[in-house]
Design a protein around this ligand. Structure first.
Ligand code: HEC
Length: 120
């Protein structure tokens, strides 16, 4: 009986350590698996824009680019902009200018565009 108690205790402690270092397990799995299915404008893309872009691209800002709603973002996508900018691809002005979105976030936005950039 003592022989199995140790591995069992060690396993439980390991699980506890892993789950405690993240706020929740969902966040933990998100870092391992980038889930790019089920992306939508309202749940996925706009929150990214709100967090990373609207500080500069609000209505009436100096850049002349307004990202405050679906129509405006869709317009840029149709002009072939937006994705190239956040991927910071050659020939595009890199956005955001001083940093880069993480790969998973970029993949989600790319998927949304590939799915037709719907207002969903
Ligand atoms: C710190 C301010 C700042 C932030 C944050 C920012 N931008 Fe920009 N953005 C600018 C400026 C300034 C320009 C104009 C630069 C230029 O044309 O050289 C610009 C231009 C653009 C353009 C037009 C580029 C072109 O080819 O004409 C797009 C598209 C764009 N930004 C998208 C975004 C997106 C998407 C985000 C968020 C992921 C973002 N920006 C975040 C300042 C910002």
């Amino acid at each position: 009986m003592r022989k199995i108690t140790f591995p069992l205790t060690a396993t439980v402690l390991l699980i506890l350590a892993v789950s405690c270092s993240y706020d929740n397990l969902e966040e933990y799995y998100d870092e391992i698996i980038c889930d790019t299915t089920d992306v939508s404008f309202s749940e996925t893309v706009f929150p990214v824009v709100e967090r990373n872009c609207l500080g500069c691209h609000f209505d009436g800002n100096q850049t002349g680019i307004d990202l405050t709603g679906y129509e405006k973002i869709k317009d840029l996508v149709d002009q072939g902009k937006f994705v190239g900018n956040i991927q910071q691809a050659p020939g595009f002005v890199p956005m955001p200018p001083s940093t880069k979105l993480d790969d998973c976030t970029i993949s989600k936005v790319v998927n949304w565009v590939n799915d037709g950039a719907l207002n969903n």
